[in-house]
Design a protein around this ligand. Sequence first.
Ligand code: NDP
Length: 337
Amino acid sequence: MTDTSTATRILLDSRPVGWPTPENFRIEEVALPELEAGQVRVRNEFLSVDPYMRGRMSDARSYVAPYALGAQITGGAIGRVVASRVDGMPEGSVVLHQHGWSDVVQGDAATFRIVPDIPGLPLSVRLHVLGMTGMTAYVGLTRIAALREGETVFISGAAGAVGTAAGQIARHLGAGRVIGSAGTPEKVALLTQKYGYDAGFDYHDGDVRELLAQAAPEGIDVFFDNVGGDHLQAALASFRDGGRAALCGAISSYNTTDRAAGPDNMANLITRGLTLRGFTLGDHLDLSAEFQQRMTGWFEDGGIVYDETIVDGIENTVQAFLDMMRGGNIGKMLVRI
Ligand code: NDP
């Protein structure tokens, strides 16, 4: 039995400017206090490293508060209860929570949510395809972009956690043609071979506007954007009349210190009657039950696949985060404890 009286955790030590470095973080081991009534102690099995965390490392206004300096990095994680002082959350329960980058966490039971084991699937899927990133893809395509059957969809960041889910969901929703962009030839090959995309391109291979025009000669109806910058500009050039974009992320600018230049073709919004709509998942949690029901159904029909890029050890969490930000992942980047 692993000792859970201490926790090894990652703290933010200084605020990164531009690309974070390992020096912006600190790892420490702490003795955990006695468990109080109403609390549980959880040994994490998987930690999530996510692009939005980069925003929280800066002291800037956003939809979630910045991480405090000297405080532990919080975020999605899943593990098992190893000690409990609350009814209804016994030892052995699998729980999802936001306590983040630590091998052992404890707190009020209300901050943990029991999730049923899914036979044949690892717990980690609750952190991506059947969790936050899968639901982000679902919300973006259904509520935000209102994808209709037969339409042509372009998804940027297509080989990552959100993107691999988005391609498959678009297919299930009846998209006519699904196009994705990613950062390596290996990722592009996976898009069409595994993830239901009809076409893909490596955005390093030339001007994104031209690459998209070649992949979608008749234009696009829906754009699901994880990248921003040159990808958004390319989509604006390719949109057919009445096109809609779900602006999910803009990772191309998360680590830049320059002010990102805007697209030079915003006038297409007017002349083509386009709609660009940004969203964050937290504002759409009313769709949780619908998402779980439909996604689980597609899963059970064998209609959903996923990849995980797994890094072992709490001590490698920062490196996993940095590798993910640089494209070192296929599908979801996770830390296994
Ligand atoms: P991913 O698994 O997609 O990992 C990030 C990927 O971004 C990398 O693998 C890399 O892939 C790509 N990338 C990095 N830099 C660039 C660049 N300059 N240009 C193009 N691609 C780049 O992460 P997630 O699936 O977790 O997140 C994807 C996006 O969705 C992010 O923008 C994130 O902020 C956003 N998001 C938004 C949510 C919301 O509620 N709105 C919720 C969850 C995520 P490659 O090799 O292809 O370059």
